[in-house]
Write a protein that binds this ligand. Structure first.
Ligand SMILES: NC(=O)C1=CN([C@@H]2O[C@H](COP(=O)(O)OP(=O)(O)OC[C@H]3O[C@@H](n4cnc5c(N)ncnc54)[C@H](OP(=O)(O)O)[C@@H]3O)[C@@H](O)[C@H]2O)C=CC1
Ligand SMILES: CCCCCCCCCCCCCCCC(=O)[C@@H](N)CO
Length: 354
């Protein structure tokens, strides 16, 4: 406490301030104990639900008692996922499940999907919509295929989620669909990536599509205050590496330097990532991180975004630049060293060994 006195701050005020901070952090944790996203008996629509994290989320939400609508393109895989979801139901006699085959990159697809979902659901819209469908084509920005890949990533990741968000909000926000200000909020969930919080070489075609989701989510979070009688919560989930079929696909084009830089990020299974994401949603978080690195990266970008815990997120955010000072130095040096050893465009998953 010596340094506190040397700063001229009286001890009682210093301990009082410290005590207040602790009480705020603990207190805010206490309020979060409520489940902010109960799904039992409610209907959840998930895009990208036939594989990877979306499929795991569908299974886990069925186990919590939700009716689930799976959306993706491939009917064979949807059938398989549907069987897994059905098998996980907590009340198989009352819970209902179905799938809708749709391509989220098709302009206008979402209104039709929502219409089908409502028809199946007895005239009621789904209560939770989670946009998980996504893809990644890592390439160096000057690669021949990068521009087409960037447009495709934007079509699936950004426009696929943006269209769905508009279609469902136009339903949820209708005056006749208003549960009133005290009604259970509906939930609109986007799936981004930690790469929307921190960028690394090789994800030029992908990262912007996920950053864009962040901008849309923050805009909507404020815009939804216009509809106090139709409460809706907006969330963004930020996974790091998920060992999924999509991850196998993206590694086919991943530049060697990208593989090298991301190898320190511990890969997680789709089940683990889905479970942590659902826990964060149940705590009522606006931005949901699912790993320790993701937590630091989230605190590092918050700016004017909603904070999950205003005290903790802010204080952690003050220290993240110190970590980045070293991380960026290291990553920039590794990238330069890579160019010296392999030439700047040494690429492909096996580039490390050539
Ligand atoms: N894997 C990773 O390392 C990371 C992934 N993410 C993001 O998390 C989410 C889940 O990733 P992951 O578990 O790897 O998923 P996968 O890539 O393994 O599965 C993607 C799912 O989305 C569906 N999908 C893909 N394109 C379309 C489309 N055009 N229209 C409709 N459905 C489509 C697929 O089904 P079908 O082919 O039948 O259409 C499948 O169900 C994605 O948004 C991804 O960008 C974020 C961070 C890391
Ligand atoms: C303060 C914090 C320190 C930061 C240290 C950074 C370590 C590098 C982590 C890179 C992780 C990349 C995950 C990619 C996930 C993804 O979205 C793709 N697989 C999808 O294509």
């Amino acid at each position: 406490m010596d340094f506190v006195q040397r700063l001229g701050i009286p001890l009682p005020i210093a301990t009082g301030a410290l005590g207040l901070i602790v009480v705020l952090i603990v207190g805010m944790g206490f309020f979060k104990r409520k489940n902010h996203m109960p799904v039992e008996g409610r209907t959840v629509l998930i895009t990208g639900a036939s594989e990877g994290m979306g499929r795991s989320a569908a299974v886990q939400l069925a186990a919590k008692g939700a009716h689930v609508i799976l959306v993706s393109r491939n009917v064979g895989r949807l059938e398989e996922a549907l069987a897994a979801v059905r098998a996980a139901a907590s009340s198989p006699e009352t819970q209902r499940f179905t799938y809708i085959s749709a391509d989220v990159s098709e302009p206008g697809y979402a209104a039709e999907v929502i219409a089908q979902a409502i028809a199946w659901n007895g005239g009621r819209s789904p209560d939770v919509v989670w946009c998980v469908a996504g893809m990644s084509t890592p390439l160096l920005w000057t690669d021949d295929a990068a521009m087409d890949a960037a447009r495709r990533n934007m079509d699936v990741n950004y426009w696929g989620s943006a269209e769905m968000s508009r279609a469902i909000l136009r339903e949820w926000l209708r005056p006749e669909n208003a549960p009133g200000p005290a009604g259970e909020p509906r939930h609109l969930i986007f799936t981004a990536s930690v790469l929307a919080l921190f960028a690394i070489v090789g994800y030029g075609p992908y990262s912007p599509s996920k950053w864009a989701l962040r901008g849309l989510a923050d805009t909507l979070a404020m815009e939804l205050n216009l509809y106090p009688d139709n409460p809706v919560k907006v969330h963004v989930v930020y996974p790091a590496t998920i060992v999924s079929p999509g991850y196998e696909r993206e590694n086919k084009t991943k530049p060697g330097i990208t593989l090298e830089l991301e190898k320190d990020d511990p890969p997680e299974t789709p089940d683990t990532v889905a479970r942590r994401a659902i826990q964060g949603l149940e705590r009522g978080e606006h931005f949901v991180d699912v790993s320790a690195l993701g937590f630091l990266m989230r605190c590092g970008v918050l700016g004017g975004s909603e904070r999950n815990n205003w005290v903790l997120d802010t204080i952690v955010g003050w220290f993240v630049p110190i970590i980045y000072f070293f991380v960026k130095k290291d990553m920039n040096a590794k990238t330069t060293a890579w160019a010296r050893a392999h030439g700047p465009t040494g690429k492909g998953p096996h580039a490390t060994s050539t």
